[in-house]
Design a protein around this ligand. Structure first.
Ligand SMILES: NC(=O)c1ccc[n+]([C@@H]2O[C@H](COP(=O)([O-])OP(=O)(O)OC[C@H]3O[C@@H](n4cnc5c(N)ncnc54)[C@H](OP(=O)(O)O)[C@@H]3O)[C@@H](O)[C@H]2O)c1
Length: 253
């Protein structure tokens, strides 16, 4: 029986690049996001180029019933699931009090609740596979507070902490990895209304670079792509938190 890898948020950016990487390294795929036209186009390209089975399931992870329907579809169709890549997510830029409450709550639903929900629903399937794995896309934002992107940074701290705990609980049975990119070329900055923030003007990695490093190192619990991002996280560990949040406040503007 073939074994599939489910990738959320595969319609653009890092998720699309992860799909390309996994297809190239021999995985059959289930691609999900809301923009089905993009997923279908990518699926056709990957089938043609790599000869893999690629299924498309459209789902809105901003709606709890969308998460349940996605998991039910994967289970009902009995696609043997080997990999779960929780990549879908978005951010929002600006002072918390001035940003729309609905967007903050939707962010927690997609970045946190859907990730936990999907993982819990699909773990029994994963545990029946050979060499099963979970790859959660966190961020360098996970390592500190992020004024002007407060809810986003907090959501990624959750993803990192949750992934580390799961990695320990499932050690030897399911590999769990948290991929922690820094600023990356994708639709993220525009959707977060952060294109003008200093953070994104200081240089970005490509989604392809991030995905390549993520897939190659998914046997590690925490993966930080790029020397500059690694240095940022390391230096953050020896910098007083009060100073770190001041700096974040400035570069997130
Ligand atoms: N770019 C960066 O600088 C950066 C840095 C660190 C971490 N990250 C993380 O990387 C992950 C991927 O982001 P990206 O940079 O590739 O941004 P992106 O190009 O905007 O991609 C985000 C993906 O998430 C999907 N998504 C968003 N809301 C969704 C919803 N309600 N239901 C289903 N899917 C949804 C989008 O698909 P549809 O719109 O088609 O539904 C899209 O495929 C995110 O978790 C992000 O937080 C990004």
């Amino acid at each position: 029986m073939s074994q599939y890898t489910l990738i959320t948020g595969a319609s653009s950016g890092i998720g699309e690049s992860l799909a390309r990487e996994y297809a190239e390294s021999g995985h059959d795929l289930i691609l999900t996001a809301r923009r089905t036209d993009r997923l279908e186009k990518l699926a056709a390209e990957l089938r043609e180029r790599h000869g893999r089975s690629v299924e498309v399931v459209s789902a809105d992870l901003g709606d709890p019933s969308g998460v349940a329907e996605l998991a039910d579809t994967v289970i009902a169709r009995d696609w043997g699931l080997q990999g779960l890549v929780n990549n879908a997510g978005f951010g929002d830029s600006g002072p918390f009090a001035k940003r729309p409450r609905e967007k903050q709550l939707a962010m927690i639903q997609v970045n946190v609740t859907a990730l936990v929900d999907l993982t819990h629903r699909l773990l029994p399937q994963l545990q029946r596979a050979q060499a099963p794995f979970i790859l959660n896309v966190a961020s360098v934002a996970a390592f500190q507070a992020g004024p002007n992107m407060a809810v986003y940074y907090a959501s990624k701290a959750f993803v990192l902490s949750f992934s580390e705990s799961l990695a320990e609980e499932l050690r030897g049975r399911v590999s769990v990895s948290a991929l922690c990119p820094g600023p990356t070329d994708s639709e993220f900055a525009e959707r977060a209304e952060a294109s003008k923030a200093k953070l994104f003007k200081m240089g970005t990695m490509t989604s392809q670079q991030v995905a390549e490093i993520g897939v190659k190192n998914q046997n590690r619990t925490i993966v930080i792509p790029g020397v500059r991002n690694k240095m940022m996280v390391w230096s953050g560990k020896v910098t007083p938190r009060a100073l770190l949040r001041r700096v974040a406040y400035r570069i997130n503007r």
